[in-house]
Ligand binder design. Structure first.
Ligand SMILES: *Cc1c(COP(=O)(O)O)cnc(C)c1O
Length: 380
């Protein structure tokens, strides 16, 4: 019998109610029925981004499509941007910009560490004509949380756009679009939003429209101006991913019901318990004090082939975690705990980590991680 437990940093577990909504009979998108669902859903998305004044657009793509849309809509060839790197997703911002002929000034951060906003400040003071700063909230490849509030404070003092990849961070950590003055932010469906992959959501603040109008980069499907015009009429320019939007509408109503502040607190508590459980097994956190609540990245213990160990665990038990990517391959493993996750999921995951290590030659006292998790979660 096969049962799958997704504890990966995307895709994540989807509540049955959301799956059922996706299976609703298909309706046509040029109907008042769909328009109403879509308009309500687009309002709920504003809550997710904590914006009153911004507009949020839904694209049928993975998160990266949304990232490309951010670049294509706000910049022109030859313009200069600052990209905060320090992992695979920060690098992705830089790669997208380069493809479009945008000049990238990288701020390279050590893998496993968050950027110090002062570094950014220094570069902004030194460089003229910087058009935008592109940052990542939760760098999912390393498990690091960057201080977007701190970055935003620095960027605010310069006439520069702030564009944030909040793909894994949103719904897990606060992302205060209005309060922090973020110009454009993007997320994808399959992380904290408890949805299958396939949708990208991009929030655009009122102050960003001047740049969108001036931007010279080519865009057709991704054009924010088309999205805006159609959203005002409760519709979309092209055929929307109707079934996914039905499920997304359900997922967003669940987030609203819990209350996003409660979701932030739940993730903080579960992430803390996970980190404590891992430490109790004698393992070390890769991101240390900069750890995000989205996932826990753990240094692979000496003498264990971590990639084959977690693959074996997945094949035999269905419990799915992920290894490191690129330079971190074989060096870390990552436990996702975002979205549809509760305290028993953490007990289960740490129990699976114990099994995995125990069966692959790493000496642990069985139950030590689990009992630490229980202690953290249950003791008042
Ligand atoms: C998952 C993720 C992406 C990429 O999203 P896709 O949906 O795979 O295109 C980008 N940035 C971050 C921070 C992510 O976690």
């Amino acid at each position: 019998m096969k049962k799958t437990y997704l504890f990966t940093p995307g895709p994540t577990q989807v509540p049955p109610e959301v799956t059922l909504a996706e299976a609703s009979p298909l309706i046509h998108h040029r109907t008042s029925e769909f328009s109403n669902i879509f308009a309500n859903f687009s309002e709920d998305l504003k809550y997710l981004f904590q914006t009153r004044n911004g507009e949020v657009f839904t694209f049928a793509s993975s998160g990266t499509g949304g990232m490309e849309a951010c670049v294509a809509n706000s910049l022109s060839q030859g313009e200069k941007v600052i990209v905060i790197r320090g992992g695979k997703f920060g690098e992705r911002w830089a790669d997208i910009c380069k493809v479009f002929g945008v000049t990238v000034i990288p701020v390279d951060v050590e893998s496993g560490k968050a950027v110090n906003p002062v570094l950014l400040e220094n570069i902004l003071k030194k460089e003229n004509d910087v058009k935008a700063v592109l940052a990542t909230q939760s760098e999912t490849s390393t498990g690091v949380l960057h201080d977007i509030a701190g970055i935003a404070k620095v960027v605010k003092n310069h006439n520069v756009l702030l564009i944030v990849d909040a793909i894994s961070g949103i719904g897990v950590h606060p992302l205060m679009m209005d309060e922090w003055n973020i110009d454009i932010a993007v997320t994808g469906s399959q992380k904290g939003c408890m949805l299958p992959p396939g949708l990208a959501f991009v929030a655009v603040a009122p102050g960003a429209w001047e740049a969108v109008e001036k931007a010279q980069l080519p865009r057709y499907y991704w054009d924010f101006r088309k999205m805006r015009k159609n959203l005002a009429n409760k519709t979309t320019a092209f055929t929307p991913a109707i079934s996914l939007i039905m499920s997304a509408s359900k997922a967003l109503s669940m987030i609203k019901e819990e209350g996003i502040e409660n979701a932030w607190k739940r993730h903080a508590r579960l992430a803390h318990a996970t980190r404590e459980g891992v430490r109790a097994l004698g393992l070390e956190l890769f991101a240390g004090d900069d750890s995000s609540n989205v996932l826990t990245s753990v240094k692979a213990p000496e003498g264990v082939n971590i990639d084959s160990a977690i693959k074996k665990l997945r094949d035999e038990t269905g419990v799915t975690m992920t290894g490191g990517q690129d330079a971190l391959k074989g060096k870390i493993f990552r436990i996702g705990h975002m979205g549809y996750v509760n305290e028993f999921d953490i007990v289960l995951t740490i129990s699976a980590v114990e099994k995995c290590l125990h069966e692959n030659g790493y000496k642990i006292e069985l139950g030590k991680g689990v009992s630490r998790v229980q202690e953290v979660l249950y003791k008042k």
